[in-house]
Ligand binder design. Structure first.
Ligand code: 13P
Length: 305
């Protein structure tokens, strides 16, 4: 039997109140670490690449290695089909690039038209959905502005503007007209982490209103899957509450990047004569595994395959 598709796991997550982690990567050491920990914990996993990450790594290379890793996890106890590993093109900004990702074999794509006027966002999202749907690829859309595009440490308090939060009625209109499968929401989350390591609380009240607006509406908005971006540094209790309200996918990038680059830097500083990548990358690889382990525990996705 083949790997069950991503929709199967999103539905299971919603029913059982847990969430699937999307972990971003831009090199194979990170990719391998994410999959190795997910496989050990028997957790379905989404591997994310932004446009920048995928241009560095290669769209076709990412797909080929997803297939190799799926196959390899069969022998690690993930069953005949291998670990459910899915690839998402994160924050795509044009139809053309998302089409390339779909053609390459990605399982899902995220169109980020959140900086466009709603009508324009709807228009391009519809094109993406039309192309993706009959190829069996899921589409994530976005309404409301999620903090910043950069993945970094903020030394000052990050200001969330009220007008950037997702408006429940706009979310309803967007989902109804575009028929996306997943919706990324802006509820006080942002990409990156405050220097303290803990970000301000999420606006769970807004999340509950968005969820209610979508579930109550007639038509095709009821089955939408809600996504939380900017998962690094988010207070853990807020993550647990957000999952209870309806979040089923959570994106993590900055914590992985900090762990990887910090450990690599430390190792090379302490061992300036070490030039062998398979030796100097070990600490960095282990540090990515530790972040993934903590997040899978927090999201409750272990032992769900
Ligand atoms: P963080 O960098 O805050 O973890 O956010 C990642 C993200 O949302 C990628 O889409």
């Amino acid at each position: 039997m083949g790997v069950k598709n991503i929709k199967y796991y999103l539905e299971k997550a919603r029913k059982e109140q847990w969430a699937i982690g999307q972990f971003n990567f831009s090199d194979f050491t990170q990719m391998k670490a994410i999959v190795s920990k997910a496989s050990e914990l028997k957790s379905p996993v989404i591997l994310g690449t932004s446009e920048g990450e995928s241009k560095f790594f290669g769209l076709e290379e990412a797909v080929a290695l997803r297939n190799v890793l799926r196959k390899k996890t069969r022998s690690a106890g993930s069953g005949q089909a291998g670990l459910p590993i899915f690839l998402n093109l994160d924050h795509g900004h044009s139809f053309e690039y998302l089409k390339q990702a779909i053609d390459a074999g990605y399982d899902m794509v995220h169109f980020d038209g959140s900086k466009l006027p709603l009508e324009e966002n709807i228009k391009i999202t519809k094109e993406v959905v039309k192309y993706a749907k009959w190829r069996g690829v899921m589409v994530e859309g976005e309404v409301g502005r999620i903090g910043t595009d950069a993945s970094k440490l903020y030394s000052e308090k990050f200001e969330i503007k009220e007008e950037d939060l997702t408006n429940p009625l706009q979310a309803q209109e967007y989902v109804d007209k575009t028929r996306v499968d997943l919706l990324a929401v802006s509820i006080g989350n942002f990409h990156g982490i405050e220097i303290s390591g803990i970000d301000p609380n999420l606006r769970l009240d807004i999340l509950a209103k968005i969820n209610e607006a979508l579930r109550q509406a007639q038509g095709n908005t009821k089955n939408i899957f809600l996504v939380l971006h900017g998962g690094s540094g988010t207070p853990e209790d807020d993550i647990k509450e957000a999952i209870k309200i309806g979040i089923v996918k959570i994106n993590i990038n900055t914590e992985l990047r900090l762990a990887f680059s910090g450990n690599l830097r430390r190792f090379l500083d302490a061992n300036p004569e070490e030039v062998t990548p398979y030796k100097f990358l070990i600490d960095a690889e282990n540090s990515v595994e530790k972040v993934v382990e903590r997040k899978i525990g927090l999201f409750g996705s272990g032992n769900k395959i």
